[in-house]
Write a protein that binds this ligand. Sequence first.
Ligand code: ZN
Length: 86
Amino acid sequence: MNDADLVIIESWQDVPLKGGCSACPQVIFDAAAFIGNKRQQELTLTAMFSVHYDQVHKPPDQLLTNWPSHPAFRASGNHSRRKPQK
Ligand SMILES: [Zn+2]
């Protein structure tokens, strides 16, 4: 499931101040420093979310067309299979 979307967390008089990602509860986009008009705030939050989405969630079609069944990186090497010793 990749249900990431922009969520408005905090607003003031109908002007959005803080937004978040519906898939990442710990992520907050703070646009309070850019207080202007409502449209500008929405653009700022949308831009912040777009950056986050590209970094974390990626375009869904790319993931679906080439989804690896194994992790992208693996522990390769001849010396990586030591038995634990005490
Ligand atoms: Zn997210």
